[in-house]
Structure formats: C-alpha cells, structure tokens
Design a protein around this ligand. Structure first.
Ligand SMILES: [Fe+2]
Length: 323
C-alpha cells in the first residue's frame, strides 16, 4: 500500500475563535499557529495535525494522506494521471504551510480535496496537551479517521479502492450504505456514508485512556447541543466514543480502545448488527431516524452481540501458565 495513514486534516470554518477553544479545551490538542486566517493544532510529535482555515463556509478543507517517500508520490501521480485524474504538485509555499517535504494535490470525483505527502516535520519540543490527557494514539495508525457523507458510495468506490488503494475492512448496506477502509492496523482510516448528500460527517481521534474520553465527555456536556452522539461502542472497530458537534457543524468522534487489525490476513465482509453495541444515541437526529438505529442496537443487544471479552485475571493467567 502506498498510502500508509491519515497524516492531517484541514477544516474550513467561519469561526476560528470557537475552533480554538473547542480543539484545545475539549479535544486536548495543542495550539500552534494562530493568524487571522488560520489556526493549527498538534496532537503528537508532529508540528501540526489539524489545520482550521478561515472561510465563508464550513466543512472539509482537505485530507492529508501520508506515503513513505518521494518516489511513492511520483508513482501515485503517474497512476492518477493515466486514469485521467488531474494532479498538481504542491509548490514550496504549500509544502511549508503543511509542514511536509512535498505533496501532490487532486480531487476525488465528488470534489473533495485530497493531498498526499511525505516527510512530515517533527517538532523539537514535546507535545503539550490543551487539557490534561494521556495523549493521542497516532504513530503508525495515523491521526485517526475521516468519514464523509456521499451522494452515491458506488460512484466513489472505484476511486478510493482501486485507484488510491484503500482496502475495504467491512461494509453495511442498511439503513444506508456504509463502507469502511483501512491502510494500516487501524480498523478504518476512511469511511463513506451513502446518505444521499455530500458533506463532512466527522473525523475521529483516539485517546490512550478511557478517562481522557470520559473527562472530555464531561467538558462537552457543559454546553447545550455540544454532544451529537452520546457515549457508546461501535460494533466494527470496537471504539468506545462520543461525538461532539464542532463549531463548523460536522462532528468529531472522541474515542478509546479500538481494535487493531492485521491487514495481511483481514478479509472484507458485510456487517449486519448496526453501528453500535450500545449508546451512541444520536441526539441531533429527529426521532424516527433515532429510533431506527436504537432498535438495531437493542436487537443486537438482545442477541448478546458484544466485543470479545479480554479477562484480566492473575489466577487464570497462572493456571494457563501451569498447564
Ligand atoms: Fe468514526
């Protein structure tokens, strides 16, 4: 796989100040650059992961996907070019702005801006979180994941899967078409929701500690309307998370404890249990849609559907060791 992880995310926003307090006070990111047109944030040893740009609209600005080296960019650019996708090389100014060695830029068939880069700049000073958290799980798993609302999943599937090399992890066909893709051990770095409209659904960041998520949940509940999905656990990546409404209207999933998959042996498959084992009540949705999803998880729960149990028991460990 050329693309190895989600490196960074760019957001367009009409309100930079709200983003400043949201990203630091709730998410626990570190503010880095601050101008009248831009706010950028750190999550780890990289100098930036999230970039929020002043705009007259709100939504996804760009997704930044990482490759190992320059030759991977050449190879991908050539492949896109021969498939009829217009690719441009980011100039030195753009590379400096993104804090990377080099990048290429193109759009997907729905018009979403995609950047592919290599050589992220590493900070010389340690990450200082915006509130006390243990930290974000990034490294080989990347920044997290991006989920897009799309008009038609089938229209975009060949582009992401066959041309860019995203591997299907799993998919659900009801109540809407949902496709999840991986690039590394993270269950999904990218997903599409065939909701019939094009928009930025959410990006996800994963924390090292459940307490980071729970304490963030408390912070989020201080504001009316901040919580979009209550705390819950997903059936496919086993993530325990809540979703917060960002100042730009889309969501951030704030999670902990997702499974790690082995891409070498993983087989894509259809899923039938709905998105969550429990929780994730969608407070922002009207009741008919809420109850449809609620009934799916009550049904899954009634069938005893849950994540595999890991037992932390010294007595059992000793008994297994003896045998
Ligand atoms: Fe998610």
């Amino acid at each position: 796989m050329e693309l190895k992880s989600l490196g960074y995310v760019g957001v367009r926003s009409t309100d930079l100040d709200d983003w400043g307090s949201f990203a630091t006070g709730l998410l626990g990111m570190q503010p880095v650059d601050r101008t009248s047109k831009l706010r950028s944030f750190r999550m780890d040893d990289r100098v930036q992961r999230l970039v929020v740009s002043a705009d007259d609209g709100d939504g996804l600005g760009f997704m930044g996907w990482e490759v190992d080296q320059r030759v991977d960019l050449d190879r991908l650019a050539a492949r896109l070019d021969s498939a009829g996708v217009r690719v441009s090389w980011g100039g030195r100014l753009l590379a400096e702005e993104r804090r990377v060695a080099a990048l290429i830029v193109f759009t997907d068939p729905a018009g979403n801006r995609i950047e592919v880069f290599h050589g992220p700049e590493i900070a010389s000073d340690p990450f200082k979180p915006g509130r006390p958290i243990t930290g974000f799980k990034t490294g080989p798993f990347g920044m997290g994941h991006v989920v897009l609302n799309v008009v038609d999943v089938d229209e975009l599937l060949p582009f992401y899967r066959d041309l860019l090399g995203f591997r299907v992890t799993d998919f659900g066909l009801a109540p809407v078409k949902l496709y999840f893709f991986h690039l590394n051990g993270r269950h999904h770095s990218f997903a599409m929701v065939g909701s019939g409209r094009a928009s930025f659904h959410h990006f996800m960041v994963e924390l090292f500690s459940l307490d980071d998520v729970g304490q963030g949940y408390d912070v989020a509940q201080l504001e009316d309307g901040r919580i979009a999905y209550t705390l819950g656990r997903h059936t496919n990546d086993y993530m325990t998370s809540f979703y917060a409404k960002t100042p730009s209207g889309f969501f951030v999933e704030y999670g902990w404890g997702a499974r790690v998959i082995d891409p070498a042996t993983w087989e894509p498959h259809e899923t039938f249990d709905g998105p969550s084992f429990w929780g994730h009540e969608r407070l922002y949705l009207p009741e008919p849609q809420r109850s449809q999803l609620r009934n799916m998880r009550l049904d899954a729960a009634a069938r005893g559907v849950r994540a595999p149990v890991t037992i932390d028991c010294p007595w059992l460990d000793a008994a297994i060791a003896r045998s």
